[in-house]
Structures are given as structure tokens and as C-alpha cells.
Write a protein that binds this ligand. Structure first.
Ligand code: PMP
Length: 351
């Protein structure tokens, strides 16, 4: 009894560590190893500090317009938020309001079940296949909504647009959210389908491919009606979420497409090189199309490798969870960082 009986008790999401030691090779939270576009720095220098006394534009119009122009959609089809976590959280609150369970994979972004629990949304997880693919049939049943990342996290596995389209087409009475946090590393986006299916919401982020995790910018694109409902919920929650520097610097990032392509291209090239080297060392992994690898070793348990790497100031991510306890999720760093990572593995595995 007492005051605690009326409290909303939740088990929070556990994010990867942000170590204080600057010497660490940080391959544990899928950040970009390169800085943001130089245009972002320039935009920061131009921010009028006197303007900070005013509330920011609650519609973040400048950023919304830049995104709409870049993706060739209408501004009314774009919603922005404080990281895609904010956007996804609002989308759960807005769209998953039925009594049937929301469906998502058993191995996926571990924030989904946290939001479902927080908002008391019923959900059901659908087991991925042995090689971590989605089984389409699992999503062709009555449900209260669908969400999954493409490529999936932490597996890096990319699904075909045609398969996702079948899921969207078969579920036009609910909202289907495709979380494309990692789509810019070689995947094909389902964005062109938003004009064909009113029930599709595509969510992306500035945190990985645009190297701005620290600014906290995410966005969703979809049918105007969906975006309107999302805004209604958002403006019933907190109007002024995006601050002025984020709007200015985010807009600058969108305008530097050459830098964006160069950075993602470098990460893809490093990823493919590291795959070859790790294979030689006895690792097995999914054919990741994201900015991380999901790898295990044929002889050495992942938990042991995780600890050994950490003792040597190389941080990767490890979950002691069913089905994935013998895998590490390794963010792709710079070539130099990855060479040091590989060098450590070579010497560790030889001793
Ligand atoms: N979706 C997926 C699949 C992710 O891995 C992440 C990163 N943790 C996010 C969304 C959220 O990223 P952010 O809030 O930085 O945009």
C-alpha cells in the first residue's frame, strides 16, 4: 500500500554505454565515426544567440521543408522529433491504440516492448527464422499494428521491399511502421510506397548516416492523414521539443548530399572489408546492410570476447539473451579503428 500503488512502474530501455575515457574505441552504439558535414559547423556559427530567448518554431518548418525537398514529398507528409526514439514513441502512442496485439520480431530493437509496456499496448513477438529473416506469414494475421526495422537491429538483416509491400498491403486496417534507422548503408527504402498505402509510416534518423546522434533529430514520412494524427498527439504532449540549434544544424546537414554520400560510402566500404577479414579469423555473421556487424566466433564464446575487448578499451555490444547470446554487435568505425580491432582479435585468437 501507500503512494507506490498508483505509480506507473516501467522497466526502462537500456542504452549502450557512453564511456568517459577518451581512449576507448567505441563500437557499441552505432554512431557514425566521422564528424557531421562542415555545413553543420557553419550553421552552428551563424546561430543568433539572442534568438534563444524565444521559443523555437514548434513546426520546425525549415527542417521539415528541407526534408520534404530532399525526399520529394510534401511538407505535410513529414513529422520531425527529438531523435527517432521520440518519433517512434509518439507513433506508438498515436497509432497502436487497439485491443489486438501489435506485432514485431522476437529479435529487434529493444525499445519496442518498452514503449508497448509504457503505454499499455498489447503486443506479440514473431520469431525470426534461423538466419534472422522475417517470416511474412506471421504478419498476415489479425493484429493491432506492425513495426520492424529494415535493416533489422541488432542483426543487420535487410528485407526485400516486395516482401514488405505484401505485409503493408495485407494490413490496410492498421498502421505499419518501418523503422529505417539504418537504411542509408545499402538498403532500399520503402518510402516510395507512402503514396500508394495510407497505412505506411517510414521513420528515419540523423543519428547514424548523418553523424548527428548528439543533436537528437529523427523524422517520419507518410500519408498526410497519419502525419496530422501524429502532430495532434505530439501537440497534446509537448509542443516545443525541437530546439533552435537542432533545426538550423539539421537543415544544413540535409543540404550537404555530397558529404552524406561520401560518409555512408566510406562506412559501407569499411564494413565489406571487415567482413572479409573477420571471416578469415573464424567469425560467422549475417550479411549486414547496416553500419554494424552481428558476429559470432566458431570457437570462442561471444561473452568472453566481449569482456576481453572491453578490458582492452574496445567497446562493442553484447546481449546475454535467448538466441543471440553468442553474437556481438560491432559498429563500423573508421578504417584505423577497425584495423586496431582486427589486430586485437588476431592476437587474442592466436593465444
Ligand atoms: N531505431 C533503431 C532500430 C535503432 O537502433 C535506434 C538507435 N538506438 C533508433 C531507432 C533510435 O535512434 P535515435 O533516437 O538516435 O534516432
Amino acid at each position: 500500500m501507500g503512494f507506490e500503488q498508483n505509480i506507473r512502474k516501467v522497466e526502462p530501455y537500456v542504452a549502450g554505454e557512453q564511456p568517459k575515457n577518451p581512449g576507448v574505441i567505441k563500437l557499441n552504439t552505432n554512431e557514425c565515426p566521422y564528424p557531421p558535414s562542415p555545413l553543420v559547423k557553419e550553421a552552428e556559427g551563424k546561430i543568433d544567440y539572442e534568438k534563444l530567448r524565444l521559443y523555437p518554431d514548434m513546426n520546425a518548418e525549415k527542417l521539415v521543408d528541407a526534408l520534404a525537398e530532399y525526399y520529394q514529398v510534401k511538407p505535410s507528409q513529414v513529422f520531425v522529433g527529438v531523435g527517432s526514439d521520440d518519433v517512434l514513441s509518439m507513433a506508438f502512442l498515436t497509432f497502436f491504440n487497439g485491443s489486438l496485439p501489435v506485432l514485431f520480431p522476437d529479435i529487434t530493437y529493444s525499445f519496442y516492448d518498452v514503449w508497448a509496456d509504457l503505454y499499455r499496448i498489447p503486443y506479440k513477438t514473431c520469431p525470426l527464422t534461423e538466419d534472422f529473416h522475417i517470416r511474412k506469414e506471421d504478419y498476415l494475421v489479425p493484429n493491432g499494428g506492425i513495426i520492424f526495422p529494415n535493416p533489422n537491429a541488432p542483426t543487420g538483416v535487410l528485407e526485400e521491399v516486395s516482401m514488405i509491400e505484401e505485409i503493408i498491403r495485407a494490413n490496410q486496417d492498421v498502421v505499419v511502421i518501418i523503422d529505417e534507422a539504418y537504411i542509408d548503408f545499402g538498403g532500399e527504402s520503402v518510402l516510395p510506397l507512402i503514396d500508394k498505402y495510407e497505412n505506411l509510416l517510414v521513420v528515419q534518423t540523423f543519428s547514424k548516416s548523418r553523424a548527428m546522434a548528439g543533436m537528437r533529430i529523427g523524422y517520419a514520412m507518410g500519408n498526410e492523414k497519419l502525419i496530422r494524427y501524429l502532430k495532434d498527439a505530439k501537440f497534446s504532449f509537448n509542443s516545443y521539443t525541437m530546439n533552435l540549434p537542432s533545426i538550423e544544424m539539421g537543415t544544413a546537414a540535409v543540404k550537404d548530399d555530397a558529404y552524406f554520400k561520401e560518409t555512408t560510402g566510406k562506412i559501407i566500404a569499411t564494413r565489406e572489408r571487415v567482413k572479409k577479414e573477420m571471416k578469415k579469423l573464424g567469425f560467422f555473421f549475417t550479411d549486414s546492410m547496416s553500419n554494424f556487424l552481428f558476429a559470432g566466433h566458431e570457437n570462442v564464446p561471444a561473452g568472453e570476447l566481449f569482456r576481453a575487448l572491453k578490458e582492452n578499451d574496445i567497446y562493442v555490444r553484447y546481449w546475454n539473451k535467448d538466441r543471440i547470446s553468442n553474437r556481438l554487435r560491432i559498429t563500423i568505425g573508421t578504417d584505423e579503428q577497425m584495423d586496431r580491432f582486427l589486430e586485437f582479435l588476431r592476437s587474442y585468437l592466436n593465444n
